[in-house]
Design a protein. Sequence first.
Length: 299
Amino acid sequence: MAPISTPQTPFGRVLTAMVTPFTADGALDIDGAQRLAAHLVDAGNDGLIINGTTGESPTTSDAEKDQLVRAVLEAVGDRAQVVAGIGTNDTRHSIELARAAEHAGAHGLLAVTPYYNKPPQDGLRRHFSAIADATELPVMLYDIPGRSGVPIDTETIVRLAEHPRIVANKDAKGDLGRASWAIARSGLAWYSGDDMLNLPLLSVGAVGFVSVVGHVVTPELRALLDAHLNGDAQKATEIHQRLLPVFTGMFRTQGVITTKAALALQGLPSGPLRLPLVELSPEETDQLKIDLAAGGVQL
């Protein structure tokens, strides 16, 4: 069967939203970040999201964010797309972060829906448009109403897609019907932002993933994607089902917490978390080991 034709993939197909490693005393672990970035790219990632929520962006300073972007670019920028998370609930601050990321050399920007202040759709449109106007970098929207409190409506997505630098959307809305319409009408490159829905979103037109479980199963995600693109639905489904324990286990609690625990179990850079996030309990760690093992992850 011929490969399935797909839209342009401006940031590649498999990206991991990378954690931010810290040292034992809670400072940035720049060497650890570079080693982890190299490990993830070696595993098969086309790109990395730096300074996203999984990177503990709510508790890192602007200066630390800049350091991280520069460090990861130095480590893997010639081999992978380095996309900087710059979204906040303050448009002016988001623009400042976007310009700093561009100056540091980032390849693209991830802009999450403004959270907590719950702007109307016109506010969302103006917010994202202002960010896209502020630099020459391509922008990936990030639609995650479970965290932001506000969805990006399909009509808003369609209007934003008219901007030449808004080229993609990370979908964590969990609504395949809305996704289907938005993909069809916007023409944006669509990335699954919910690992459990990676395969279903591919089936309605997504081009790839922005993953958390990519920290531990990137080769499997790549195999799932390749099977889908080659028209082998049975193989893609089999891989999806094998990964169900990983999808479940990595989100039994907040994803950064379990991801850092999983990396530590594998001897990879992670370090402690910054409050208000806290480490897994011994019982939770034991359950994570069971979940990962059930999904074929070697610890």
